[in-house]
Design a protein around this ligand. Structure first.
Ligand code: URA
Length: 325
């Protein structure tokens, strides 16, 4: 953190708000922001503001349905495997540019239990509330990740908010505390959202998988497939207006894409969950930004795009409300 300017003595601003403003400014400065586009601050949450329109790019749509268990099909296993770096905090850094070519792939037959994913689907479908879903996940014994985890990391933030973030997996701190994004990358995530005026009460956060993969490795396709029914049900119950896919692992899984996050980021795509289309924005993972601070400028653009989308959503909600009077 850079030097914190001295806090003014006689203001109506609380210390917490003051620090939030300092962090927001710090994030913007690090992201390369050096101009204000508008002279006066704009309250983008005011429902009667209808000047901006958002013209989404014509994007392909994605329908998220539970996938067949990848463990039941022949799986390509490469040796040695160079995994994309997990986005969790306590891993050594992995430079994708320096990655060695992967050795020839060998095909290996998988012998997984056929019931795994359908058991997860069945349990998830039974849950009618977020509390029920949380309890069902805590009681679920079908994913080996759970055995090594201290906690089932369900969510944090406000389930009534319009924005739902999907990260990758809990890290060490999250596993210990049972809450997503509370370690180093979580702190940066908070600053990123503070930079567009949002705090944890304005967003809702979960992960692709609720249990920490040991050593903070990337969850395997089988682990992700096992947790997918829970995530889909989670999204269905929360009904967010906007999904933010935090990092490459989440973006690729949710968009069913093979593209890397540096290609996917910043581009809105609709995801179809149980016949409901939800606009989704992939962003760079804060753990990646901690290692590559120069890329914060791109994230600033993405956050501005998110802010604009949110403002449009609020405007159209207000217009719909007026229409029903
Ligand atoms: N990284 C994630 O993707 N999720 C967390 O909850 C913490 C770190």
């Amino acid at each position: 953190m850079t030097d914190i300017p001295q806090e003014p003595q006689h203001t109506h601003i609380s210390h917490a708000d003051y620090m939030n403003m300092v962090h927001a400014l710090e994030f913007q400065i690090n992201a390369g922001v050096n101009v204000f586009l508008e002279a006066d601050p704009v309250n983008r949450f005011k429902s009667n503001r209808s000047t901006e329109t958002f013209a989404p790019d014509p994007q392909p749509q994605h329908t998220l349905t539970p996938r067949p268990d990848p463990k039941l099909t022949a799986q390509i296993v490469s040796a040695p495997v160079i995994k994309p770096q997990s986005q969790n905090d306590d891993l050594p850094s992995y430079d994708i540019q320096k990655a060695r070519p992967v050795a020839p792939a060998v095909l290996r037959e998988n012998t997984a239990d056929a019931g795994d994913v359908s058991a997860a689907e069945h349990v998830a479908e039974q849950a009618d509330t977020l509390d029920a879903l949380k309890q069902a996940m805590e009681a679920f014994e079908g994913c080996a990740l759970k055995r090594a985890a201290k906690n089932t990391v369900f969510s944090d933030g406000n389930p009534a908010s319009k924005i739902m973030l999907v990260g990758e997996a809990p890290g060490r701190d999250e596993d210990r505390e049972g809450k997503p994004f509370i370690g180093r990358s979580g702190k940066l995530l908070d600053k990123m959202f503070a930079a567009i005026g949002l705090n944890r009460n304005d967003i809702y956060i979960t992960n692709l998988v609720p249990w920490r993969p040991t050593g903070n490795r990337t969850p395997t396709p089988h682990e992700t497939a096992l947790c997918r029914p829970f995530l889909l049900r989670h999204i269905e119950l929360v009904q967010p207006d906007i999904l933010v896919l935090v990092g490459g692992v989440s973006a690729k899984e949710m968009l069913d894409s093979t593209l890397g996050i540096t290609k996917l980021r910043g581009s809105w795509q609709d995801i179809n969950i149980k016949s409901r289309e939800i606009p989704a924005l992939p962003i760079l993972h804060p753990a990646y930004l901690l290692r590559n601070p120069a890329r914060k400028a791109e994230t600033w653009q993405d956050l501005c795009s998110l802010q604009k989308k949110l403002s449009n959503t609020l405007t159209s909600d207000a217009a719909n409300l007026e229409g029903t009077d």
